[in-house]
Write a protein that binds this ligand. Structure first.
Ligand SMILES: Cc1cc2nc3c(=O)[nH]c(=O)nc-3n(C[C@H](O)[C@H](O)[C@H](O)COP(=O)(O)OP(=O)(O)OC[C@H]3O[C@@H](n4cnc5c(N)ncnc54)[C@H](O)[C@@H]3O)c2cc1C
Length: 243
């Protein structure tokens, strides 16, 4: 049997949701020559969020895509330190070099708004590779039809494409359509974040009692700190997210 050579096909792809998953799928797909449109229900002009990690398995392809973490004001912590909740002594620390040695890339810390903004710029930029992604804002999707495939917008419009990607977050409408049953999101037993907030670094630096939190005066190390209370499975995770 002979080998058939297929011409590279350019698909028209609809992505639902302009979160980090939707935008990164869009960047990836435009880079491989596809024509991408995103339908996002919000106006996306007032993104919110706090700190988010960009671990080595993400930074390896983001750097390949042209991310300059320093220009985007991402932070590279020197270590990830686990602290005793009662004494605040460091129990053990994982140095940043371990990420590079083990995975070949660094763990970066960023503000979600900065990361999201970079993805959006990268997706819609006129400069290539590929065709700029078209972002349709305030266009909520109310239905997926995988047979066509198509989506139905809140205003009743039906749009079809060669491929539809559901990236509409944890309450995605796509899961029920694809799996054929309702999947309610449930909180995970571990690593479940309840409260998330930002404190300006200047406020921590001003107060002698909290100065150490931002930057250890003795070691000058910038740390991602994890304080775990195993008896109650509670934890505080703290890290700087914008240079
Ligand atoms: C506003 C916001 C702030 C966040 N802040 C942080 C943070 O500070 N730190 C952190 O670690 N994680 C944060 N997260 C979570 C983190 O970004 C996501 O959990 C993770 O990146 C997964 O992203 P996602 O794209 O799958 O889903 P999401 O980030 O939830 O994105 C889904 C997108 O789809 C859109 N959408 C949903 N339903 C529809 C629909 N029917 N039609 C059209 N569009 C739809 C939503 O408006 C949203 O833009 C935040 C998420 C959001 C939405």
């Amino acid at each position: 049997m002979g080998l058939t050579c297929h011409r590279k096909m350019s698909l028209h792809i609809i992505i639902v949701g302009a979160g980090i998953a939707g935008l990164s799928a869009a960047v990836s797909l435009r880079r491989t020559g596809h024509r991408v449109e995103i339908y996002e229900r919000t106006s996306a002009n007032n993104e919110v969020g706090a700190a988010i990690t960009v671990p080595p398995n993400a930074s390896r392809f983001l750097l390949e895509w042209g991310l300059d973490p320093v220009a985007e004001r991402f932070v590279k912590a020197d270590e990830m330190a686990f602290l005793d909740p009662l004494t605040l002594n460091t129990l053990f620390a994982v140095p940043q070099e371990q990420n590079r040695a083990r995975y070949g890339y660094d763990l970066w810390l960023s503000h979600r708004v900065d990361l999201h903004a970079w993805f959006r710029r990268k997706a819609t930029a006129v400069e290539g590779p590929g065709t700029p992604v078209v972002l349709h804002l305030q266009r909520a999707v109310v239905r997926y039809d995988p047979a066509t495939p198509s989506i139905t917008l809140a205003d009743g419009g039906v749009l079809s494409a060669d491929l539809v990607v559901g990236a509409d977050g944890v309450h995605s409408l796509a899961t029920e359509v694809v799996l054929g049953c309702k999947i309610e999101p449930s909180p995970s037993a571990y690593y479940n974040t309840c409260f998330r907030f930002l404190i300006p670094a200047a406020s921590l630096a001003e107060d002698p009692e909290t100065r150490w939190w931002h930057e250890d005066e003795h070691s000058r190390k910038v740390s991602m700190r994890i304080i775990t209370h195993n008896a109650t499975s509670r934890r505080i995770v703290s890290y700087p997210c914008r240079e």
